[in-house]
Design a protein around this ligand. Structure first.
Ligand SMILES: C[S@@+](CC[C@H](N)C(=O)[O-])C[C@H]1O[C@@H](n2cnc3c(N)ncnc32)[C@H](O)[C@@H]1O
Length: 317
């Protein structure tokens, strides 16, 4: 089958990343009302395409991080003929579950073979924390189910422990080698190595209030008296600004000269959710300069992104 770029683009969803557009209007996106299933970390999208083919009466939303996964999965769903009911969104599930999924919209959330991040220094990547559970509790409908499949028993048990402490969920114990109708690429690899596969399920008992981050962070334009000098910007490289409550970290990474000013590479972290983005400083015809998020690498509009711009504008005042 010959794929056209427009076919692939149809499966990708790029939320406008304006808080006013969140949560998503699912009926407009899919053109129908239907139960919603979410896959986190779909890799090449083989399982997602299979799942969507098995359940033509459901809509599917799926989250991944690397751009190459987005492209491979878009192809997989187009080839399976289900791109109309599947949308792929690039981003961290911990943020997307809570921010873009309408509260209580999801009937199933599936995560298969996420990285276990076993080292202590990797702990911030793990999906067993409260932020992740809050995201699930917001996205799932009461009675909706979260399912984790992993080759790491310790990860399944850590997940079970974290859910057992949360009264919003009715949780099962991890099950070893459950029957599975579709085996993912990673699963086949681990099975060939003789590993045991673990499944962990938890059901949402009661809805939990939705506390979105983005609604408090409409992106703004900041005014500077002049385009800053190169030396001043280079001095800021590697500089950090922290806000302990809520936990926010902002970092000035680097500055690149552009035709009409500067592109600034910044990092902004809201708790465990960190984003690299570009801010642009551009000279104004009427004098001075403006500072704002650049369109080409636009972050989700979180309070830490807004704080990073505010901090930078103070530093450059
Ligand atoms: C080991 S791969 C497994 C891929 C696929 N599920 C399979 O079984 O073949 C794990 C995937 O989870 C994705 N992932 C991990 N943490 C994520 C997060 N917070 N949000 C979205 N995707 C995530 C990674 O990018 C990676 O592609």
């Amino acid at each position: 089958m010959k794929l056209r770029p427009t076919d692939l683009a149809a499966a990708l969803l790029r939320p406008a990343q304006q808080s006013s557009e969140f949560p998503l209007d699912l009926e407009r996106i899919y053109g129908r009302r239907a139960p919603l299933a979410i896959e986190i970390g779909f890799g090449g999208g083989e399982a997602l395409a299979w799942w969507a083919t098995q359940r033509p009466e459901w809509n599917f939303l799926a989250f991944e991080l690397p751009p190459e996964c987005m492209a491979r999965a878009a192809r997989a769903v187009v080839e399976a003929g289900c791109s109309e009911r599947v949308r792929l969104v690039r981003g961290d599930a911990r943020y997307l579950l809570r921010e873009i999924v309408p509260p209580g919209a999801a009937h199933r959330v599936l995560m298969q073979f996420p990285m276990p991040w076993p080292k202590r220094s990797h702990a911030k990547h793990r999906l067993t924390d409260e932020e992740f559970r809050n995201g699930l509790a917001s996205a799932l409908a009461p009675g909706g189910r979260f399912e984790l499949v992993t080759d790491q028993e310790s990860f399944a048990r850590e997940m079970a422990e974290s859910f057992a402490a949360d009264s919003a969920f009715a949780a099962e114990q991890p099950a070893a080698d459950p029957p599975r109708a579709f085996r993912t690429r990673y699963e086949r690899r681990w099975l060939a190595e003789g590993r045991t596969i673990w499944r962990y399920r938890a059901e949402l008992r009661s809805a939990r209030p939705h506390l979105p981050l983005s609604q408090s962070a409409a992106m703004q334009t900041f005014f500077l008296s002049a385009v800053p000098a190169r030396d001043r910007l280079y001095e800021l490289r590697g500089r950090r600004h922290m806000n302990p409550e809520p936990h926010q970290v902002c970092e000035f990474k680097d500055a690149y000269a552009s035709e009409d000013g500067w592109l600034i590479e910044m990092l902004a972290a809201d708790g465990g959710f960190s984003q690299l983005f570009l801010a642009r400083i551009r000279a104004r015809a009427t004098g001075g300069a403006i500072l704002r998020v650049d369109e080409c690498a636009r972050p989700y509009p979180t309070p830490a992104v807004l704080e990073a711009l505010r901090w930078l504008s103070r530093e450059l005042a």
